[in-house]
Design a protein around this ligand. Structure first.
Ligand SMILES: Cc1cc2nc3c(=O)[nH]c(=O)nc-3n(C[C@H](O)[C@H](O)[C@H](O)COP(=O)(O)OP(=O)(O)OC[C@H]3O[C@@H](n4cnc5c(N)ncnc54)[C@H](O)[C@@H]3O)c2cc1C
Length: 307
């Protein structure tokens, strides 16, 4: 059986790893340069690095906790002591490490944006800027609005009531140490999270910080240019810490239009009436990496059950 997965975030990789393990290796396509989707690490000039998407990896489901334990044993996950007495799991040396752990041995094509998924007598034809192939099963794990546009016409359920909060994120490198806690939750009305990224385990020793705007501030400022978002968030960050512009070595912003699920679908995945096209991701079950993993794993199990 030929299987294609759209998306190399946690849902797509969880599904791909499970199928591969059962002897049905799929082909995975992603439009991004790096693995992991919103479990993201940005590396820029000067060796700077920032986890500008997900910050930590909470686990509740015992199978997902076991995956984290295995990834911890192989050095892809470590505990970050944030000073609150409860260490949190993070990818190491960056949040994408867990994606890299799952992706080992998979057939992956990055920088390949799937632009159409069409059913023919032979299966599902996938197109990017060229025809990429015909598959017996296709699994789309893009965020719900993008999934709706790409394959919504073929699904039994509507994804219209799935809702996300956006997140505007600032990455700042300082040229000196900052006397502040490594993490601050809701330090101001506008800023929901500030983290000393370089304090996480396995990072290069730098003064790299990540701050996320509150959902409300993000909604209000979502359509500003990235430079304007960076300028405004930097101003908030510097004012909060009593810093000067001369303390800043590097700053840039990222706009996550679909960041955190506020209203999930409430089921593990959706399919086409004939059960050959699947869609899933965190948007099915909740706002965390684990929810994406559970959705991707459930799709793989459904395919294996029917195979
Ligand atoms: C700022 C921020 C902070 C967060 N903090 C946390 C946290 O601390 N802890 C936590 O557990 N979760 C956190 N999350 C949520 C977590 O990152 C997500 O729940 C999880 O990563 C979603 O995985 P996914 O596979 O469902 O989707 P994604 O990671 O979005 O993966 C979807 C993939 O599909 C690809 N794609 C989309 N369309 C196409 C196409 N047409 N063709 C090819 N590829 C395509 C995308 O490039 C992407 O790689 C955070 C998210 C953000 C943005």
């Amino acid at each position: 059986m030929k299987i294609a997965i759209i998306g190399s975030g946690m849902a797509g990789l969880a599904c791909a790893a499970r199928l591969s393990k059962a002897g049905l290796p799929p082909t995975v396509y992603d439009k991004g340069r790096g693995l992991g989707g919103r479990m993201a690490t940005r590396r820029v000039e000067g060796g700077l690095q920032f986890d500008h998407g997900a910050q930590t990896i909470p686990c509740e489901d015992s199978a997902f906790c076991t995956l984290l334990e295995d990834a911890r044993a192989s050095g892809h996950v470590a505990d970050w002591d944030m000073g609150d007495g409860t260490p949190k799991a993070v990818g190491t040396p960056g949040m994408t490490a867990l994606a890299k752990y799952l992706a080992q041995g998979l057939d992956l094509y990055q920088q390949t944006e799937i632009t159409s998924v069409t059913q023919t007598g032979a299966g599902w034809d996938l197109t990017a800027d060229h025809a990429v192939g015909t598959y017996d099963r296709v699994i789309c794990t893009a965020p719900a609005p993008q999934t709706g546009k790409l394959v919504g016409h073929a699904l039994t359920d509507t994804l219209d009531h799935v809702a996300y909060a956006p997140s505007l994120t600032l990455m700042v490198a300082l040229n000196r140490p900052l006397d502040a806690p490594d993490t601050q939750a809701n330090p101001t009305d506008a800023l929901a999270w500030i983290a000393h990224d370089s304090a996480k385990p396995g990072r290069p020793s730098q003064y790299c910080w990540v701050t996320q705007a509150s959902a409300e501030w993000s909604v209000t400022h979502l359509e500003l240019s990235k430079d304007e978002i960076a300028a405004r968030m930097l101003d908030l960050f510097l004012t909060h810490h009593g810093l000067e512009a001369t303390d800043v070595a590097y700053a840039t912003a990222h706009r996550w239009r679909y960041a955190l699920i506020t209203h999930p679908l409430g089921q593990s995945f959706v399919t086409s009436p004939d059960g050959t096209l699947y869609a899933g991701g965190d948007w099915c079950l909740g706002p965390h990496i684990e929810h994406a993993w559970r959705s991707g794993t459930a799709i793989a199990q459904d395919i294996l059950r029917a195979a």
